[in-house]
Design a protein. Structure first.
Length: 316
């Protein structure tokens, strides 16, 4: 049973907002909250507890959107409900009373990281409170450590889709933190969809170093070019553009496979896996040979151009 000290009226400046960074802001929801507060006022109190280190100070636990709305309306007074709980217990109760199923992966990670760093709970204690395994807790904490702080701030302010950040920007940060930060800064003004961010990550992953540099320098140019190809397909240029894109995909996949081979991915293959590999390569080689032969017949490509190494048309 939660002990309560009742409602209070406080000035907004009296609230400690130390947990504001645990939540992702939604500009649309913030606008609706401002409209509601303007029309009917504050109907529900915010929730606070006494600060562990300073009982005379109240720490806001729930109601950050209402507080932002009141500030935008230049209101100075806020209705507060004070819980007689410690900060960590209040944070966990707020999570259980709210819709924790609607939490994003990063919000879970931020809450875990805050509790661990502020209150010194072990992985086992966090796992028990969240009813998860220690390995789940460890993976969530890793997200906070791996994702650059600048990127996390853009997510908090609703500039980057959280799902896309967890799915695409985290692996990009693991591979190249600086490129992740540059890409995030470049795409934030456009508020891209998860699908668009996924396209950028796939293109970066498959590109050569020079191509990666161009992409993070101007990711919007890449998306405009991709959109132009799609529009061209609708205008009757589909087969030609599709062929160019297919050949580009073949080249990109080949480069990626070579990188993995050089990194030792083929070491330790079982005899069965080796047979599957040789079979797949045979099919791929036959397909590429048919493609090259067909192109030679269609556009008159020479067997080897004078500028290609060793007379190999694919060397460049």
């Amino acid at each position: 049973m939660v002990g309560r000290q009742g409602r209070r009226e406080l000035e907004l400046d009296q609230l400690d907002l130390r947990y504001e960074t645990l939540h992702i802001c939604s500009p649309e929801r913030d606008k609706r909250m401002v409209a509601s507060l303007s029309e009917v006022g504050q109907l529900m109190p915010v929730v606070a507890v006494q600060a562990d280190e300073s009982p005379e100070r109240l720490v806001l636990i729930d109601g950050y959107r209402r507080v932002r709305g009141l500030r935008r309306l230049h209101q100075e007074i806020v209705q507060v409900l004070v819980w007689d709980l410690s900060e960590v217990d209040a944070l966990m109760l707020r999570r259980s009373l709210g819709s924790s199923s609607g939490e994003t992966t990063l919000e879970q990670s931020w809450l875990l990281y805050e509790i661990r760093s502020r209150f010194g709970l072990s992985l086992e204690e966090l796992a028990s409170r969240f009813e998860r395994s220690p390995s789940w807790v460890s993976r969530r904490l890793a997200l906070v450590r791996e994702l650059p702080g600048v990127v996390q701030e853009l997510i908090r302010h609703g500039r980057i889709v959280p799902h896309a950040a967890a799915k695409y920007l985290v692996p990009l940060a693991r591979a190249n933190g600086k490129h992740c930060e540059r890409l995030a800064r470049a795409i934030a003004p456009g508020r891209l969809s998860s699908r668009e961010i996924g396209e950028l990550y796939s293109a970066w992953r498959d590109a050569a170093p020079a191509g990666r540099e161009r992409l993070v320098s101007d990711p919007m140019l890449f998306l405009r070019t991709r959109s132009a190809i799609t529009e061209a397909s609708r205008d009757g240029l589909g087969p030609r553009c599709a062929l160019l894109e297919d050949v580009s995909v073949i080249a990109a996949v080949s480069r990626r496979a070579v990188r993995r081979l050089r990194a030792g991915a083929a070491a330790g293959l079982t005899p069965e896996e080796s047979r599957e590999m040789r079979c797949a390569l045979g099919v791929a080689r036959a397909g590429i040979e048919r493609l090259v032969s067909g192109l030679e017949e269609s556009v008159g490509v020479d067997d080897a151009g004078p500028g290609n190494a060793n007379g190999d048309p694919g060397a460049e």
